[in-house]
Design a protein. Structure first.
Length: 378
């Protein structure tokens, strides 16, 4: 779902109530004055970037961290500044991430009033034991209440994040979580497999033997159960980890998977525009200092590499159930994909791993997609 008429905008809010044991994102528990200082400089960055961008914005994603920890009024201030400084399309899709224990009625009303129509709430699991392992600061009752709150102010597009393959997680935990989620008015589910990231407390505990991951077979069974159960309950799978009811796909994430252009603002935010990659500093004090001096907080800039571009296009497309549009790929990169990868395609079709039909190449079993995707890398 490529959007040729504009770009996406990502806004990073790095603050959390507590740091999850698996998280390697640029996020932290703020000191008293850091939220106000960050908001002031984020607004400045939006203003500076907006002056340079001449493309329309069709989707906005406010993520983190936990954007809903910001005080009342902060999110509407951010959205209003974006609308002031960028050419935001009238039908723009705006998403905000929230944690169940940091959203209340006043904040939900504020988000809806400023034009946000999609909310993504981090559940991860309905099991208290699993949530404790992840150091999540909420329980199932908090999540249920959060859904009730956002629905009451008008939100109809609601995503729930769940996690699979977590230490102390059993198949019965996954079954219970999914049964509870499906019973609620939720229109989108993101089901992610746990990835143990470097320099995280959870990795340390697993490596020390303090806790153990479910076996690979157990995790595969969890994943298969989620795919099958969501399919039977009106959610269609459109990407390896994402499931939506009809009309509720993530417009913003679809742009990433189509390798569309996007701008990121905020600490450590990443951008891809006009064939160049940019990344902001991940140092809070450096970020604020640069912006206080009216300088953009860029740390890395890199021109697009043609081989990397081809590999990324293949990788992102093959993560989706739609697959890779071969004619678009050929036109974009000036190659004949089927001719170039004839031997690889023949081998994978023979092994019943991919399907080539109606101009699209797609993977039959997305759970093993990584091992198939690398077959097409140069």
């Amino acid at each position: 779902m490529e959007n040729k008429s504009g770009i996406s905008l990502y806004v990073h809010i790095p603050f959390c109530v507590s740091k999850c044991t698996y998280c390697s994102f640029c996020s932290f528990v703020p000191h008293d004055d850091e939220m106000a200082k960050y908001l002031q400089n984020l607004i400045k960055e939006i203003e500076l970037v907006g002056k340079k961008i001449r493309k329309s914005v069709f989707s906005i994603y406010i993520g983190g961290g936990t954007p809903s920890v910001l005080p009342l009024g902060a999110i509407s201030q951010i959205v209003e500044m974006i609308k002031k400084c960028f050419d935001v399309l009238p039908n723009v899709s705006i998403t905000i991430e929230a944690n169940p224990n940091s959203i209340n009625l006043d904040k939900a009303q504020e988000y809806y009033a400023c034009g946000i129509r999609r909310v993504s709430i981090g559940l991860q699991s309905a099991s208290s034991a699993v949530l404790k392992t992840l150091n999540r600061a909420h329980n199932w009752a908090d999540f249920e209440n959060a859904i009730k709150i956002v629905r009451s102010v008008g939100f109809e597009d609601i995503n729930a994040d769940i996690m699979l393959g977590v230490p102390n997680q059993s198949m019965s935990d996954v079954v219970d979580t999914l049964e509870k989620v499906i019973a609620l008015p939720i229109t989108h589910v993101s089901a992610y497999g746990l990835i143990l990231e470097e320099k995280t407390p959870l990795l340390d505990k697993v490596q020390s033997g303090e806790i153990a991951l479910p076996s690979e077979d157990e995790t595969v069974d969890m994943y298969d159960y989620v795919v099958d159960t969501l399919s039977k309950n009106g959610f269609f799978r459109y990407e390896i980890s994402n499931f939506a009811k009809v009309g509720f796909e993530s417009i913003h994430n679809n742009n990433y998977w189509a390798r569309g252009e996007f701008i990121g603002v905020g600490l450590n935010a990443y951008s891809f525009l006009d064939g160049e990659h940019y990344q902001n500093t991940n140092n809070f004090h450096a970020y604020c200092k640069k912006l206080s001096e009216n300088h953009l907080p860029k740390e890395q800039e890199e021109k697009e590499n043609p081989i990397t571009a081809q590999n990324e296009t293949i990788m992102l497309a093959l993560r989706t159930t739609r697959g890779l549009n071969i004619s678009k790929f050929n036109k974009k990169f000036g190659v004949d994909f089927c001719k170039k990868f004839r031997n690889t395609i023949d081998k994978l079709i023979k092994n019943d791993l991919i399907v080539l039909e109606k101009g699209f190449l797609r993977i039959k079993n997305l759970y093993i997609s990584n091992s198939i995707i690398v077959e097409f890398f140069e």
